[in-house]
Design a protein around this ligand. Structure first.
Ligand SMILES: [Zn+2]
Ligand SMILES: [Zn+2]
Length: 106
């Protein structure tokens, strides 16, 4: 019996709006969970919030040297130069998540 598509209504963790997960999406997530052998996790955020998060986490690499990152506070792009990267790596830090304006001064 596969007549009417099942639709799941959830509330977005980020903005509180309700959104729907269609039958097709559920199949997609099931497939993906099977491939990655992880627990089946349905998205907890609506599509616009998911897309916004994906954009926020996106790292643009213009060339081999410098990386352009996006500040998680103000959203501005900033350069993360290769020599800074060497310094960060030597200190055991991850990539900075804030631009120099938003980073606390030491
Ligand atoms: Zn949302
Ligand atoms: Zn910033």
């Amino acid at each position: 019996m596969d007549v009417s598509p099942q639709i799941l209504v959830r509330q977005c963790l980020a903005c509180g709006e309700t959104f729907t997960i269609t039958h097709g999406e559920m199949q997609f997530f099931t497939e993906r969970a099977r491939e990655s052998e992880r627990a089946w996790v349905l998205p907890a955020r609506c599509l616009p919030c998911r897309q916004a998060r994906r954009r926020a986490n996106q790292v643009i690499v213009p060339d081999d040297g410098d990386v352009v990152l996006r500040c998680c506070d103000c959203g501005a792009s900033f350069d993360f130069r290769s020599r800074d990267r060497v310094y960060f790596a030597s200190q055991g830090y991850c990539y900075p998540r804030r631009c120099s304006n938003c980073r606390p001064r030491r």
